[in-house]
Design a protein around this ligand. Structure first.
Ligand code: ADP
Ligand code: NA
Length: 330
């Protein structure tokens, strides 16, 4: 396989993915399995960097995998696995921690944000070294490209620095990955605060459309979305962020340009825009939820798919780790 390689992961830290995850990231994952040799993982090691409930984590990991399959990841066309099933991740992470500067790790802004949110005294060492584990995730697969959002740029820069440092010190071992930021990637905002990104960790429940929400719930959330006091439907993220967000979601869900959607609603009211978007989301979410239920109803098959993914992932990551160990004198 001589297609470029991509690696991406998502945390199993919610009961459902949301529209931001889907339109900003997961939709690209599905597209990339055609053009790239793709490795995708549910990153449960990352999920324990904050306090968690073991039963809930186990269930969310399975639901995350079922959702990825339900969105169209095809285990014949990509490698889909659970991070903790592949021990190479934790083992490479340790080696990389030993070439990461303490100050260098301390400059990661996401750690500063998250530790502030959880309270500095409750922040764990795992949360601090999280970006190094993320570097291990990527470098184990010799990924050429990493599809990331703007928020992950700094972590990818650390990954590149660690790869170059290791290669320089111990000999060429790692592919140095490039960020891959697809043009079409949408940034989706919170329905209740359309100046903040829709986020499972920061948004209120009514600000997030979860993919597994019943269609009635999504329609209601969309109907209650914060807009503005004008009447005109126009794409203007500066002065009309709520309407701009609804137009962006509509365009992304229907594969159209925002300008086309804008034209469709010229002279029409906010109520129409919201009602239609509720229906567009429902048309997507209903068959999606049905597929997810199907995957969850057959646990043995889901286990088989994930075991197959882990085996394939270990072939690649095991070879990288063996080379690393040899270079460092193990
Ligand atoms: P959250 O911010 O809800 O905690 P994650 O950080 O787990 O979500 O993000 C998983 C993926 O979804 C990442 O690739 C991230 O860039 C993308 N993503 C998350 N929220 C949004 C959003 N509101 N708009 C676009 N992409 C998003
Ligand atoms: Na996040």
């Amino acid at each position: 396989d001589r297609r470029p390689r991509v690696l991406s992961g998502i945390q199993p830290t919610a009961d459902s993915f949301h529209l931001g995850n889907y339109l900003g990231a997961l939709r690209q994952w599905v597209a990339l399995q055609e053009s790239h040799e793709a490795f995708y993982c549910v990153v449960d090691l990352h999920a324990i960097t904050v306090e968690h409930d073991p039963k809930e984590l186990a269930q969310r990991t399975r639901v995350a995998a079922a959702q990825l399959l339900g969105l169209g990841l095809d285990p014949q066309r990509c490698t889909l696995f659970v991070q903790s099933h592949v021990p190479e991740h934790a083992r490479l992470s340790w080696v990389l921690e030993c070439i990461t500067g303490f100050g260098e790790a301390g400059r990661m802004t996401q750690f500063k944000d998250k530790s502030a949110r959880h309270g500095a005294d409750r922040a764990t060492v795992g949360l601090f070294t999280y970006p190094v584990l993320q570097a291990a995730d990527i470098l184990l697969y010799q990924a050429d490209q990493v599809p990331v959002g703007e928020d992950q740029r700094q972590h990818l820069e650390l990954t590149r620095n660690l790869a170059q440092r290791f290669n320089h010190r111990f000999g060429a071992t790692f592919q140095v990955p490039e960020p891959y930021i697809p043009q079409a990637t949408a940034k989706i905002f919170d329905l209740q605060d359309p100046t903040a990104k829709m986020s499972k960790s920061a948004s209120s429940p009514s600000g997030i459309v979860e993919l597994l929400d019943p269609p009635k719930t999504s329609a209601k959330k969309i109907r209650s979305a914060v807009t503005d006091n004008e009447r005109e439907i126009r794409y203007d993220p500066e002065t009309k962020p709520g309407i701009a967000n609804l137009l962006t979601i509509n365009a992304a869900m229907t594969d159209r340009k925002v300008s086309e959607v804008e034209a469709e609603y010229e002279g029409r009211g906010y109520g129409d825009l919201k009602k239609d978007l509720g229906e567009i989301v429902a048309a997507f979410a209903e068959p999606f939820a049905e597929r997810v239920r199907g995957y969850l109803a057959d646990p043995a098959e889901l286990d088989r798919v994930l075991a197959h993914g882990a085996t394939r992932a270990r072939e690649v990551s095991g070879a990288t780790l063996a080379a690393v160990h040899e270079r460092i004198g193990f």
